[in-house]
Design a protein around this ligand. Structure first.
Ligand code: PEP
Ligand code: MN
Length: 668
């Protein structure tokens, strides 16, 4: 017992040292900003940040810390200094105490978003909740507050129309934005038990986002309340252990409730975007990546919207969001809300704005402000794969020299001469990149898939695979854990920031699987299952199509054409070995198909050495051979304990073998 106390007090000391180091780092980073401000040096130096992180990862590894932990911690630290820089350059640092208003009471999501946005200057900011969105905006318009935080869209519920309508009549400008991950918790009194909860209060939107969770609780009723944080406060005041509220963990802490269950939202990727409004538009330093927002109306004539939008195109401006709202009192006429990349202080944006003025019947500039979805510093794959930064060796990718006529309308090179690049999460599949998808044949347990995800990430793998529904040759073999496995796979992907790939077997599973999987796999046995191809053709998720084990390249590409003809143009092909008379390997890896396919189609092509070989000892040699013929990546099976794997153990790499493969692929 005494020993435990001693260790705990040592931990406390270490934690304090971490805090002190963080505070010291923040002070130094403020000095850097001031120096940069004077010298006009770039705000962010991606190359420096990347090198810094790679160096920290190597040093961390020397101390037994994994790359994932080091990356996460330092991404937060770098993000904090970028925030300070932005606020500093907007003149925030020099000014006195600021008042920020949000809708609701303390602990509301608006409050959390405001605190996140102003985090580097909390000591100079005063936060206040007011009842409605109109009052939030009114408080700043009337000069009672300096900044307003209003929610503008939620990834589950869509745009918040009231805010859009208020923006059209308000005199405020948008000076910033904040994106908050919404993690709903079920909160109850300290003595409450999950099984004993009979009534749950929250804002109708929050309840709607947790319908499935609430439905699973026996004899439990959901009761709408004006505001989530108010519901949390009410449960705290009622002192009834059979009632609970849906709200943030922070709100629970504020009003003395405990978390009965965390992350109860049905859709795991739930984010709300907030706008920061002020009386005067922000003058954002041109070195900071910006967004510009405006509202416009176009004449009621053919092509008038198209003409207005093509002005952006002509000025090389990327449109980020287009929203329309009815104009009050003018039936079937609309206001268009545009968000696009760029800063009004830039010439090309100023030029586009001027042209837009004459191409529209009305235009209101809402502001240029720092983009919140800024790229996070990530270590180079080489660093992860090889245990330290190295020089990149010279590599020659076989470039399609001559196009081959295919007669395929959508899949063929004729339809699209340039390579298709499919972006999934942070990974880009196709073009000049080379990605590795790693993971077990099948998801067997939460622990197993988390272990695999961690290791794949640690070695520089960009995506995670894991079968949930397994197409087995024998009906008596393990068939996969189904949707339960899918939840585990999605959790592992979220935890380690890896997009996930899983096979879908039946048309009726496509929609529910697509909710959680980032890429839908069509297995070799289903390559010509046309009703399944049609269904994934209707999905919004990219499809990884495996070549049938007895299919010609023409049949393979026609299967891809089916998916594209259904409207889904994000198809990734995968060569996984075909059946020949040879029995020494499970299949024969047809490597000649890769350069041919690259000429015939613009779609990305992967190689699966695992299913081709069927034997672990051949996976690395085949993977390296495959690399030489120019695919866009590999999909490889690995397992923490292949000898006890529930499927495809003999071909699954041990973790150390996977690490070896990664280091040979990327380590130069
Ligand atoms: C798999 O990837 O787990 C799989 C079953 O592959 P294939 O369809 O290529 O046999
Ligand atoms: Mn398999």
């Amino acid at each position: 017992m005494e020993e435990l106390e001693k260790i705990r007090s040592e931990i406390n000391r270490v934690d304090e040292a971490i805090l002190e180091a963080l505070a010291a780092r923040r002070t130094l980073s403020r000095r850097v900003i001031e120096a940069k401000d004077r010298s006009g040096a770039p705000i962010r130096d991606a190359a420096r940040e990347e090198m810094l992180l790679s160096d920290l990862i190597s040093k961390g590894r020397g101390r037994g810390l994994d790359a994932h932990l080091v990356t996460r911690v330092f991404q937060e630290i770098i993000d904090d200094s970028v925030r300070s820089q932005q606020l500093h350059l907007q003149g925030y640092a020099q000014s006195d105490l600021k008042r920020v208003v949000f809708q609701g009471i303390e602990g509301a999501y608006g409050d959390l978003a405001a605190r996140k946005y102003f985090a580097p200057y909390l000591d100079r900011t005063f936060f206040e909740g007011v009842p409605g969105l109109r009052q939030v905006i009114g408080a700043v318009e009337d000069g009672d507050a300096d900044y307003a935080l209003v929610p503008v869209e939620n990834t589950a519920a869509g745009s918040i129309n009231e805010v859009y309508d208020l923006l059209s009549v308000s005199q405020l400008s948008i000076v910033g934005e904040e994106v908050l991950r919404i993690e709903h918790c079920l909160l109850g009194l300290p003595e409450a038990q999950l099984a004993g909860i009979r009534r749950i209060y929250s804002h109708p939107q929050a309840l709607a986002e947790c319908v499935k969770f609430v439905a699973r609780l026996p004899d439990c009723q959901a009761i709408p309340w004006p505001d989530a944080a108010m519901a949390v406060r009410k449960v705290g005041e009622d002192r009834d252990p059979s009632v609970a509220a849906v709200g943030s963990e922070e709100a629970g802490r504020l009003y003395g409730l405990k978390v009965l269950q965390r992350n109860i939202e049905d859709q795991p990727h739930n984010f709300t975007r907030f706008l920061v409004l002020a009386r005067k538009p922000a003058k954002v330093d041109r070195r900071i990546p910006c967004k510009t927002s405006l509202i416009m109306a176009t004449s009621h004539e053919e092509g008038s919207l198209l003409k207005a939008l093509s002005i952006l195109y002509e000025h090389g401006i990327n449109l980020l969001k287009l929203e329309s709202r009815p104009i009050p009192g003018m039936p079937f006429q609309y206001l268009f809300y545009l968000d696009f990349e760029g800063n009004a202080a830039e010439e090309r944006v100023a030029g586009a704005l001027e042209k837009l003025h004459s191409a529209t019947t009305s235009m209101k500039f809402l502001g240029s402000y720092p983009m919140q979805q800024r790229p996070r510093t990530a270590p180079r794959i080489e660093t992860l794969a090889a245990g330290g930064p190295r020089e990149e060796g010279e590599q020659t990718e076989p470039i399609p020299e001559k196009k081959e006529k295919s007669g395929l309308r959508l899949v063929g090179r004729d339809a699209r001469p340039e390579d298709t690049v499919i972006a999934v999460g942070g990974a880009r599949i196709g073009g000049d990149g080379f990605v590795v998808i790693g993971g077990p044949c099948a998801v067997e347990s939460r622990e197993q898939i988390l272990q695999c995800a961690r290791f794949v990430k640690e070695c520089g793998g960009q995506l995670l695979r894991g079968g949930c529904f397994k197409p087995r040759t024998s009906p008596y073999s393990f068939q996969g854990l189904g949707f339960e496995a899918l939840e585990m796979l999605a959790e592992a992907g979220r935890e380690y920031d890896l997009p996930v790939v899983t096979e879908v077997l039946s048309p009726s599973d496509v929609e529910p699987v697509a909710r959680l999987a980032d890429i839908l796999q069509i297995g070799a046995r289903n390559m010509q299952n046309f009703s399944l191809l049609a269904e994934v053709g209707r999905s919004n998720r990219p499809v990884l199509l495996k070549r049938g084990m007895m299919s010609t390249l023409d049949e393979f590409l026609n299967a891809a054409e089916y998916i594209m003809a259904g409207g889904n143009h994000r198809v990734i092909l995968c060569e996984r070995g075909i059946r020949t008379f040879e029995t020494a390997t499970r299949n024969t890896l047809d490597l000649g198909s890769i350069p041919i396919l690259r000429r015939m189609t613009h779609l990305p092509i992967l190689v699966d050495p695992s299913h081709a070989a069927g034997r672990r000892d051949l996976v690395i040699p085949l993977a390296l051979a495959a690399r030489a013929v120019g695919p866009h990546g590999l999909i490889v099976e690995m397992h923490p304990d292949p000898d006890h794997a529930m499927s495809d153990g003999p071909q699954s790499l041990h973790f150390h073998e996977f690490a070896d493969l990664m280091s040979r692929l990327y380590g130069g």
